[in-house]
Design a protein around this ligand. Structure first.
Ligand code: BES
Ligand code: MN
Ligand code: MN
Length: 455
């Protein structure tokens, strides 16, 4: 491994300049006008995968964005890793809040600022460079490697489940490796053993054919903005408990031992609050902050739109109101079942004076795994090599829809080893990747393949 680590150390600057090229492609999956960029990014990913020595690299068409796949299967008898990541990124607005342009990656204070730097191109690239280092120095990998990079993660991975099912044999592996999460804290590397699921919806309320003069008609018809607000207000009680009947039925309660493990983690609630700029933290009574974000389900309003919001005043009754809402789910909640419960309740609370439409958008199942398998042990040793420190075990509040599909369809363990940070500004202005973590992550990834090959 010394030769490989030397290679990684020597090539540090080249990695950053190549990664900047990757980050320059605005592969925003949510916006149709970027479809061409998304495609170009798939091609860039494929070309790079060929360049680092992967074989049979293909760009698979789907009903949505292309999936890139490549492999190296020359390690006879050794385990096979399926590495998964995504090349698509989130939109960049509000773009005026970025210190440097989101698609012109810029280094400041040891951090690389760009959309996708942490989520997830930078972390995908870290594995590309670890693979390259093995190939360049030894002409081979110690394990068999299958690499699957998709372009629709940020919009719910709508075409990936079918792909996994159709290509089950091609994707057969011993373990899935993913780097698409933050580590627990700066200087505290971690292995993530649980993700929340997601169920996302749009609610549309229509009152009348068109906007109305609020003097001529106010008092005679329901106001959609007001109705929507009162519908949303009925989703939770005063304490914050979600009122959708049956919502908590499948929720697995935290075990006492797990709560104790969470409590041992180096978490400073005061600093957390201050970093967020929140006057006071707020959440479900009876649970700590980490418990709330990792192990409890939520109901959130992601966006609201109605009526006149410009400067000045306009006396109008809006014809329509719209809300985007989503729920983070925990084991064993199911997005489809939760969606049904929500739809029933919504029908019940919606007044007859308006027309309410519910649109189901994307979703994903929650995921949680035991971490006493040899692959997690191997990852622990690799992280220690890269970061000089043993990882802690954590759960995360975010979602990666395909992870539960990998578990269910392929029946193999997943190791989530991320090198992002809690303050990486994922999905927000000034997204960044700590270059020290990136560098250590390339070394840890190179060790990971080696450790997994040893079993
Ligand atoms: N990389 C994140 C998932 C993540 C976030 C894992 C935080 C761990 C901690 C991923 O790219 C993401 O943003 N997922 C979406 C999924 C959704 C669009 C279906 C999410 O969690 O909102
Ligand atoms: Mn991601
Ligand atoms: Mn994301």
């Amino acid at each position: 491994m010394d030769k490989i680590v030397d290679f990684i150390n020597v090539n540090r600057d080249r990695y950053v300049s190549e990664l900047k090229d990757y980050l320059a492609i605005p592969s925003i999956s949510a916006l149709p006008q970027h479809a061409g960029d998304v495609r170009q990014c798939a091609e860039w990913t494929a070309a790079h995968m060929r360049g680092i020595g992967l074989n049979d690299v293909q760009v698979f068409e789907t009903r949505g964005n292309p999936i890139v796949y490549g492999e190296w299967l020359g390690a006879e008898g050794a385990p096979t890793i399926l590495f998964y990541g995504h090349y698509d990124v989130q939109p960049v607005d509000p773009v005026h809040l970025w210190t440097s342009p989101p698609f012109e990656a810029t280094v400041r204070d040891g951090e690389l600022y760009a959309r996708g730097s942490a989520d997830d191109k930078g972390q995908v690239f870290m594995h590309f460079k670890a693979i390259e280092a093995h190939m360049k120095q030894h002409g081979r990998l110690p394990v068999n490697m299958k690499v699957l990079i998709e372009g629709e993660e940020e919009v719910g991975s709508g075409n990936l489940d079918d792909f996994v099912r159709e290509h089950r044999d091609r994707l057969k592996a011993d373990v899935v490796v993913i780097s698409d999460s933050p580590m627990f804290d700066r200087g505290v590397p971690s292995i993530c053993y649980g993700l929340r699921g997601l169920a996302y919806f749009q609610i549309d309320v229509r009152g009348t054919k068109s906007d109305l003069h609020s003097g001529s008609f106010g008092g005679a018809v329901a106001n959609p903005a007001f109705v929507l607000a009162s519908i949303l207000a009925q989703m939770k009680d005063k304490s914050g408990r979600i009122k959708i009947p049956g919502y908590y039925d499948d929720v697995v309660e935290l075990r006492e031992e797990e709560r104790q493990e969470f409590a041992k983690l180096p978490f400073n609630e005061r600093k957390y609050r201050q970093d967020l700029g929140a006057p006071k933290l707020h959440g479900e009574p009876g649970y700590t902050t980490l418990e709330r974000i990792w192990a409890r389900p939520t109901f959130e309003v992601n966006g609201l739109l109605s009526g006149f919001t410009g400067e000045g005043a306009k006396t109008v009754i809006p014809a329509v109101a719209m809300a985007k809402v989503s729920m983070r789910l925990v084991p064993n909640q199911d997005p489809k079942k939760v969606g049904d419960l929500f739809e029933d309740y919504l029908k019940k609370v919606a007044p007859k004076s308006v027309e309410v439409t519910l649109t189901r958008m994307h979703g994903g199942k929650p995921w949680m795994t035991a971490f006493d398998n040899p692959y997690v042990q191997a990852a622990g040793r690799a992280i220690e090599r890269g970061f000089g420190q043993k990882p802690v075990f954590n759960r995360e509040g975010g979602s990666i829809p395909v992870v539960s599909t990998f578990s269910d369809e392929l029946g193999i363990p997943c190791v989530l080893f991320g090198v992002g940070l809690p303050d990486q500004n994922a999905h927000a202005p000034d997204e960044k990747l700590d270059l020290g973590n990136f560098h250590n992550g390339v070394i840890a990834s190179a060790y990971l393949y080696d450790e997994i090959s040893r079993g």
